[in-house]
Design a protein around this ligand. Structure first.
Ligand SMILES: Nc1ncnc2c1ncn2[C@@H]1O[C@H](COP(=O)(O)OP(=O)(O)OP(=O)(O)O)[C@@H](O)[C@H]1O
Length: 305
């Protein structure tokens, strides 16, 4: 049945999860509202303990919210997952070590009634070359690729990945994301949790930053990248004329803060700008700083208001 939200892949409303143990209460997710449209690629970025896994688990129906609601493709998580329209690559969840790679893919494919997709999925995930290898002999990165292949078997509309490159070296990470890129171009909605800003930058069009169970900011990853790539250069300048000349250095330079002759400039090319300040404009006490991820996001949210 068509619903009004037919272009909405995931909708989270007032989502909360509190884990209660005999000793403590952990508010893992503290009121998350999030709407992800079909076809978007979204990074859930945040440090350890931010609540990313708990959120992903609620989207997949693996954990029940304490309050709030989750809809996936207009369905309950359970219905969306059992219909094969949503699948996931999770941090936990074991593979059987004694089976070969091909056996693993074939068994799960058969269970889903997708035996015809085994060869295609193995080719697409680069597993054909290691088809006869026992899973227990596969590297961490190869095992992640197997999980990725299993997630692709039902040909899902929504693919959720919880730190999919954990345990991979740099090369394996690069290969993995290249693969994902081609999956994304086929119009799937992809949501992935990561600790790495770089992964969000390289892959997601939208980044949702979580911290302490809340969404701290939500915006276009490109905007974030621009904010992060800029630098703040602070220096004391001798004259008003030197300050004006510094401001005219290039179009990216602007004054962020001024305290007498002590000025903080924002700029794109900090190395060249700093050199000009010191050698041509007689500046001293020069400091260069990069905005932290949190700083950048605070600015993003302020800009959005
Ligand atoms: N089953 C549980 N029982 C008690 N506390 C839990 C449980 N699961 C998660 N937590 C706590 O909830 C908080 C959020 O954890 P969660 O795993 O969602 O964060 P995360 O952002 O995914 O972190 P990581 O990047 O380390 O996976 C943490 O403080 C964690 O210790």
């Amino acid at each position: 049945m068509e619903t009004l939200n037919r272009t909405e892949a995931v909708s989270l409303t007032g989502l909360r999860k509190t884990f209660t143990t005999p000793r403590t209460k952990v508010e893992a997710v503290r009121g998350v509202d999030l709407s992800i449209q079909a076809g978007q690629i979204v990074a859930l970025l945040g440090p350890n303990g931010a609540g990313k896994t708990t959120t992903v688990d609620m989207i997949l129906g693996l954990t029940q919210p304490s309050s709030g609601s989750v809809e996936v493709l207009g369905l309950s998580p359970h219905r969306a997952v059992t219909s094969g329209r949503v699948s996931a690559v999770l941090q936990t969840g074991g593979l059987l070590r004694d089976m070969t790679v091909r056996e693993t893919i074939t068994v799960i494919a058969t269970m889903h009634g997708q035996a015809g997709r085994v060869t295609q999925v193995m080719d697409r995930t680069g597993l054909t070359a290691i088809a006869k290898r026992r899973v227990g002999k596969c590297s961490g990165g190869e095992q992640q690729r197997i999980k990725f292949a299993l997630a692709l078997l039902p040909d899902p509309d929504v693919l959720i990945l919880d730190e999919p490159t954990a345990g991979m070296d740099v090369m394996a990470r690069r290969d993995f994301w290249e693969n994902m890129r081609s999956e994304a171009s086929s119009g799937r909605t992809i949501i992935f949790a990561t600790h790495y800003l770089e992964e969000a930058q390289n892959f997601a069009e939208r980044t949702v930053l979580m911290s302490h169970g809340r969404i701290v900011a939500d915006g276009a990853t490109e905007e974030l990248r621009k904010l992060i790539s800029g630098r703040t250069v602070s220096a004391t300048l001798p004259t008003e004329q030197a300050i004006s000349q510094a401001e005219a250095f290039d179009a990216s330079v602007s004054i962020a803060e001024r305290n007498g002759q002590r000025i903080s400039f924002k700029c794109a090319d900090s190395d060249r700008f700093a050199q000009t300040l010191l050698t041509d404009l007689g500046a001293w006490d020069l400091e260069i700083s990069a905005p932290s991820l949190e700083d950048a996001f605070i600015q993003l949210t302020e800009d959005a208001q």
